[in-house]
Design a protein around this ligand. Structure first.
Ligand SMILES: Cc1cc2nc3c(=O)[nH]c(=O)nc-3n(C[C@H](O)[C@H](O)[C@H](O)COP(=O)(O)OP(=O)(O)OC[C@H]3O[C@@H](n4cnc5c(N)ncnc54)[C@H](O)[C@@H]3O)c2cc1C
Length: 453
């Protein structure tokens, strides 16, 4: 809290907040356990503001973190004694024929709102649309359509960024490809994304959503492999919930969807060869917007109960297909509902690795990889571990999974050493480290996780 004030500041189009409330807000995130107090918070009025403030910080070696919506859970968007740039003031969106030019502070809900008016949608949306474009592009951006289109980073055609040297650069696979590939999935290390050109696809008017229950993980993953393999659904995810009526154990659900135009409905024969528990399935039709934004009412409810504001020490892993059944079964056997908190969520779904073409979001080395996420909420209650205990449990599960060839999807809360990060990035580490030296020579960007400090 006690860092000296910033002096000799350049003129700005936006605002620089140095009051304690603004700084305290920027020292918090969705995890509510990591807290790093910045010296100032920039609400940029223009990209030029970002350029001049990054240069100012570069010259004085002051750390800088871009913050989208602050929904990472481990201080990823924080900067102790430094500058946090709240990207939300730059959220313009322009739709072209088959793509949208989006300022990085826009949320995916903003993007979808604009593109739907043109009958289009980003091909891959995250489950929750209240995340910023810059925030998900700096981690990867996975969702139920990833099995068809890859991660959100795989749908980006061009970026405008401000590097750690304070220089505005446009990059793409054809132009400054090294920078483009160091930024997508690059955890904010080399540059701040200010604008992204993202591909759009035609938006379906209607969606038929299936919730198919399974008694065991093995039954769920067998059918997930089958439906991802033949591509019969437009959307595939899966989750686990505590078994109903206080019974021990977990109940698994394959969540799938088929898009349609409302006139020719999908054929439910799609379900014919699947081995879910017949009679317990749920099928409903809804508009595409209601489907894409279906998490929003649950979020409003959790805000109302207050659980949304409790600590969220999340664990997100990408598991190799070869380990998924054994590892997840052994975890779920021991996991109690209290271990993830009353509003905790477990996700499990597959993604074909070949579609994840962007180098930096790291993935295991098998044809199919599974996202396995324990989205914990440390709401005080009987048997619920506190946030520190949840984080310690995350670390131990991470180590077990890593030894089986898994990697983190690095949005959650796992303490990592520099050596862990080096191992995480594997053969991409030298390339990533070289890009950091080239584009953030003073080493000021995104210090929160100590990756390349
Ligand atoms: C309720 C909820 C649901 C989620 N669902 C999904 C999901 O379905 N799929 C999925 O993939 N992820 C999901 N996530 C995780 C989410 O994608 C990441 O936590 C993401 O980083 C959050 O975006 P944000 O805008 O809040 O980023 P922040 O938390 O603000 O920032 C995260 C990181 O990105 C960097 N960053 C932010 N903006 C920029 C920028 N413009 N340029 C460069 N770096 C930047 C920050 O410095 C930081 O390192 C979910 C998270 C929550 C809380």
């Amino acid at each position: 809290m006690g860092a000296p004030p910033l002096c000799g500041l350049p003129p700005l189009d936006g605002e620089l907040a140095v009051d304690p409330l603004s700084r305290a807000a920027a020292a918090d995130d969705f995890g509510h356990h990591a807290r790093h107090y910045p010296r100032a918070v920039l609400h940029p009025g223009s990209v030029t503001d970002i350029e001049v403030m990054v240069r100012y910080c570069r010259d004085r070696r002051i750390p800088v973190a871009a913050c989208g919506q602050g929904h990472a859970t481990n201080g990823q968007a924080q900067a102790e004694g430094g500058l946090v740039i709240e990207m939300g003031s730059l959220r313009g969106i322009e739709v072209r024929e088959d793509c949208a030019e989006v300022q990085a502070g826009a949320r995916w809900s903003d993007v979808l709102g604009v593109t739907l008016a043109h009958g289009r949608t980003p091909p891959v949306l995250t489950d929750y649309l209240g995340l910023s474009v810059g925030g998900t592009l700096s981690v990867g951006g996975l969702g139920g359509a990833t099995h068809r289109y890859g991660a959100q980073v795989d749908t980006v055609r061009e970026l405008e960024v401000v590097t750690g040297a304070g220089t505005r650069v446009v990059c793409s696979p054809q132009r400054r490809a090294d920078l483009f590939h160091a930024v997508l999935g690059g955890l904010g290390q080399c540059a701040i994304i200010t604008r992204a050109t993202v591909a759009l696809t035609p938006a379906p008017p209607m969606v038929r959503r299936y919730e198919l229950p399974y008694p065991t993980i093995g039954d769920l993953t067998a059918d997930q492999r089958r439906v991802v393999g033949d591509g019969r659904f437009d959307y595939v995810e899966g989750n686990a919930e505590p078994a109903p009526d206080g019974a021990p154990g977990w109940r698994y659900t394959l969540e799938a969807a088929s898009y349609h135009d409302g006139r020719t409905e999908p054929d439910d024969a799609l379900l014919g060869d699947l081995s879910f528990e017949r009679g317990a399935e749920e099928i409903e039709d809804m508009t595409y917007l209601d489907f894409a934004d279906r998490v929003a009412p649950g979020v409003e409810y959790l805000k109302w109960t207050g659980e949304w504001y409790d600590p969220h020490p999340w664990l997100n892993l990408l598991l190799p297909d070869t380990a998924v059944d054994g590892f997840t079964a052994s975890v779920m056997e021991r996991l109690t509902a209290a271990d993830i908190g009353p509003s905790g969520v477990v996700l499990l779904y597959p993604v074909p690795r070949a579609l994840l073409g962007t180098p930096l979001p790291r993935t295991p080395d098998t044809r199919l990889v599974f996202l396995f996420a324990l989205l914990k909420t440390a709401t005080p209650g009987p048997g619920v571990p506190d946030a520190d205990a949840m984080i310690a449990a995350n670390r131990s599960l991470y180590e077990r999974a890593r030894d089986l060839g898994a990697v983190r999807y690095p949005v959650g809360s796992v303490p990592m050493s520099r050596g862990d990060w080096e191992a995480h990035f594997g053969d991409q580490w030298p390339v990533f480290a070289a890009a950091k030296r080239a584009y953030d020579p003073a080493g000021i960007l995104a210090p929160g996780q100590g990756i390349l400090a």
